[in-house]
Design a protein. Sequence first.
Length: 65
Amino acid sequence: MNIDKYNELTNQRVGVEGLSSVFRRFYNIDSMPVRGKVRLKIYFGFKVLASNIKKIFKKLKIAVR
């Protein structure tokens, strides 16, 4: 594997690991107060949606607390 391909793959890995870290620290996914797979998927889906909306507002430079 050449250096350029290796750097590209490591950049993707850093992004994925950083995202899981954000969900653990800010969205507290380790202790979600729901039971059942369906409710867990819905609850987690809302957390992902909130993260994406925050990214959109950040991109548009609109202050969100």
